[in-house]
Design a protein around this ligand. Structure first.
Ligand SMILES: C[S@@+](CC[C@H](N)C(=O)[O-])C[C@H]1O[C@@H](n2cnc3c(N)ncnc32)[C@H](O)[C@@H]1O
Length: 285
C-alpha cells in the first residue's frame, strides 16, 4: 500500500487509537469496544479497514478473534514511530483493566452459590473472635494452620507434636512441646481446652491419650476431637500413618475416658472422592 493510502487509513483519530491499542496487545473486538467506548459495528468497521491496509492482522483464539498490529514491508519505520507514541491516559488505564479482567472468571462462571467475600476462613476468624480467651493444648499440629488460628484469640496455646520441625514452624507466641500423643507432656489441670484435630487416629490405643487429656483439663474444661467416621480407605495407613480407619463411636471413647456431657456431630461430608466424613466429639471434665 502506498504511504499516502496508509496515512489516510491511520489519519482517522479513532482508527489510529484502535491501531495503537493493537500495537500494545492482541485484543478482541469486545475488549476494544470497552476501551474506546464504541459499538461493535463501528469497531469492526475500523478493524476491517486496518486489516485491508495490512497494518492489523487477525488470529483465531478459541471463541475469540484477536487483532494485533502488523508491520507491512517498507512501512515499519513509520509504524514504529507511531507505536512509540504513548497511549492517551484513559486508553492506557482501560487497557490495563481489560487485561486484568481476562484472568478473572466471568460472573456467570462463578455459580449461584458464589457470594463476594464469603469464605470459611472469614467464618473461622469471626467465630474465634466470639470465643472467650482460653488456655488451649493442641495435640498433633500438622501444618499448624489450626494452631496458629487458635493462637490469635487464646490466652495461651501449647502445641504438642513428635515432629520438632513442625513445631518450629509455628509462631513464637505458641508454646511448643515435643512429645508423644500416647503420653502428652501436659500437667494436671493445665488447660481449659484440649484439641485433637485429625490426630487421634495416629495412636494405636486412643483411651490412654484421652485419659491424659482429661487429667490436663481444669474442672469444666472441654476436649474437642475432630476425626474421621469409619471408612474403607486402607491407603491412609501407609501414606499418612493412620492406625485407625476412622472411629465408629468417638462419643463412647470419650465417655470411657471419663468425660461427661459428651456430644458428637457429623460436621463435614466431603462430596468429592475419596469422600471422607468428619466427626466432631466434645466432652467435659
Ligand atoms: C494430620 S496431622 C494433624 C493435623 C492438624 N491437627 C490439623 O487439624 O490441621 C497429624 C499430626 O500428628 C503428629 N503425630 C502423629 N503421630 C504422633 C504421635 N504418636 N505422637 C505425637 N505426634 C504425632 C504428626 O507429626 C502430625 O503433625
Amino acid at each position: 500500500m502506498a504511504r499516502a493510502d496508509l496515512l489516510r487509513t491511520l489519519g482517522d483519530p479513532t482508527r489510529l487509537r484502535i491501531w495503537a491499542l493493537c500495537a500494545r496487545e492482541e485484543l478482541a473486538v469486545g475488549e476494544l469496544q470497552v476501551i474506546v467506548g464504541l459499538g461493535q459495528s463501528t469497531v469492526s468497521g475500523h478493524l476491517a479497514q486496518l486489516r485491508a491496509a495490512g497494518v492489523v492482522v487477525a488470529r483465531r483464539d478459541g471463541a475469540h478473534t484477536r487483532y494485533a498490529a502488523a508491520r507491512p514491508d517498507g512501512q515499519a519505520p513509520l509504524l514504529d514511530l507511531l507505536a512509540a507514541d504513548p497511549l492517551p491516559p484513559g486508553d492506557a488505564l482501560a487497557l490495563q483493566r481489560v487485561l486484568g479482567e481476562r484472568d478473572s472468571p466471568s460472573p456467570e462462571g462463578l455459580g449461584n452459590d458464589y457470594l463476594p467475600g464469603r469464605s470459611w476462613e472469614a467464618f473461622a476468624h469471626t467465630l474465634l473472635a466470639l470465643f472467650p480467651p482460653l488456655r488451649i493444648a493442641d495435640l498433633g499440629v500438622g501444618t499448624g494452620h489450626l494452631t496458629t488460628l487458635l493462637a490469635e484469640r487464646a490466652r495461651h496455646v501449647i502445641a504438642i507434636d513428635q515432629d520438632a520441625a513442625a513445631l518450629a514452624r509455628l509462631p513464637d507466641t505458641i508454646e511448643k512441646r515435643v512429645g508423644a500423643l500416647e503420653d502428652p507432656p501436659l500437667r494436671e489441670r493445665e488447660v481449659d481446652l484440649v484439641l485433637l484435630s485429625q490426630a487421634l487416629h495416629c495412636v494405636d490405643d486412643p483411651l490412654p491419650t484421652l485419659r491424659r487429656c482429661r487429667d490436663a483439663l481444669v474442672g469444666g474444661g472441654q476436649i474437642a476431637v475432630l476425626d474421621l467416621a469409619p471408612h474403607p480407605h486402607a491407603w491412609v495407613r501407609h501414606r499418612l500413618g493412620h492406625r485407625h480407619l476412622g472411629f465408629a463411636d468417638l462419643g463412647g471413647l470419650l465417655r470411657s475416658a471419663g468425660f461427661h456431657d459428651v456430644r458428637t456431630d457429623v460436621v463435614h461430608v466431603d462430596r468429592r472422592a475419596p469422600a471422607f466424613t468428619t466427626v466432631l466429639a466434645i466432652g467435659t471434665r
